[in-house]
Design a protein around this ligand. Sequence first.
Ligand code: GLN
Length: 558
Amino acid sequence: MKKNNHKYIFVIGGVMSGVGKGVSTASFGTILKSKGFRVSLIKADPYLNVDAGTMNPTEHGEVFVLHNGLETDQDMGNYERFLNEDMPPENYMTNGMIFKYVIDKERALGYKGKCVEPVYHITEEILRRIEESVKKTKSDITVFEIGGTVGEYQNAIFLEAARILKLRHPDDVMVVLVSYLPVPNNLGEMKTKPTQNAVRQLNSYGLNADMIIARSEVMLDEKRKEKIAISTGVPARNVISAPDIDSIYEVPINFEKDGLSKQVLSFFKLAPRKKDLVEWRAMIKRMKSPKTEVKIAVVGKYFDTGDFTLSDAYISVIEALKFSAGAEKTKVTLSWVNAKKFETNTLPIESLKEYDGIIVPGGFGESGIEGKLMAIRFARENNIPYFGLCYGMQLAVIEYARNVLGIADANTGEIDPEGEHLVIDIMPDQKKKLEDGNYGGSMRLGVYPCVLKKGTVASEAYSDSKSYKLQAPSFKLINERHRHRYEVNNAYIEELEKAGLVFSGTSPDGTLMEIAELPRKTHPFFVGTQFHPEFLARPLAPHPLFTAFIKAALKRKT
Ligand code: GLN
């Protein structure tokens, strides 16, 4: 039998951004994987930033960390969640990353005296990374999302790479335009013209659309599909209707209603190898039919910065809570609590009593810290389930040192570098990086192993988990992703442990504290992790610690 060539799908936006290109790309992954193909999902961002690590979450959304430590766009989180797989670093690129690589190579005489040009050398570097990703993921199909919309100068080089690839493999490359069809209030009628223009713009790059994902408030009727087909040359059956829906996880199912996989596979002359989205549908059903509800407070600081959406800055945390709650047939209602309001008593700390659980997520810097410490103390003293993620763990240790050990000025070196009692401090190698002004990609990043102490809340949570197949088989040694510079200062461990805090997870050599908790006999759930468990929470594999937190919240409620 003739082996199929690798297939490539390029996804580009038309008309405007923010209409769900990332979720569309991720949904291609879910659907094609469910048909028995191995899929690789790649995101290309037009920024000059070499990675997403230096971008402020209030402007750009969450920084998502891959297994190897690359700091990427939040879309990569959706890709991994929708595919239930880890993506290699080749699957994220920015203009800055590609240009830097090519320029560094040129400076090292890597092009042997040739004239180095954007079109050829940059496009070839993009294509080389795609091929690397194909090898690493052993995929049959690559879906490549180009950030931004067609017609922006800054993403033109990625379109050019797509055009070259199509030239080389005319039958193996598909171009998908994710477009928006407005229904203006005063007309009450769906308009196709902006989409027609977006396709023309795409044509000016030497590419035509093979499929259009038609995002709109409502379904597209046949008449609109025909109209688009005639003006763009995209067959009407390849115009996929994508109306607004409540949950992003229903997008793959909605796409399938309009025959997406049938059209993609017939375009590539491939036959499905498997039947359906069985597991995925069951997961959605569970999430959509909650029997009960828990109220969780997220105490953070990224709240008062104008017109960005909070859900973007903490997206992996929100989704992780949803997956674990869904698995327990529970709906989670989140409240965003601005820590600074506790400091001024604009919001009384007692207001936290009404919640079934409290989370302090990751963060950086000084603002809102005292308020977060007040919230942690309140959770500890009032037996409210508490889950601290990274900074939330470090602050839990500081709170314990201050209020239980009585070290009033206990602090982190991040806030008070000259402080006398730094229970959280910087490692020498990190200190050097800061002194050298080396901020980009220089934190402790990516996956590191952690040994769990037997009989602790953390180790029980992991060993209870049926779905968490991504971890090491024994659940004594887990792997979790990191993104931080500071660590628990080992000089204080003995004192802290004597006073009742348990370090239930450490690095295999015992030098780095990965999890801090209170034993179950003293608190229903008080756990902080130096790593970010949210990066490995998946709809088909909820994270054990989030599940244990939700279970504790459910207990408090009943
Ligand atoms: N600011 C802390 C550190 O750098 C925590 C980082 C985080 O929460 N991701 O160590």
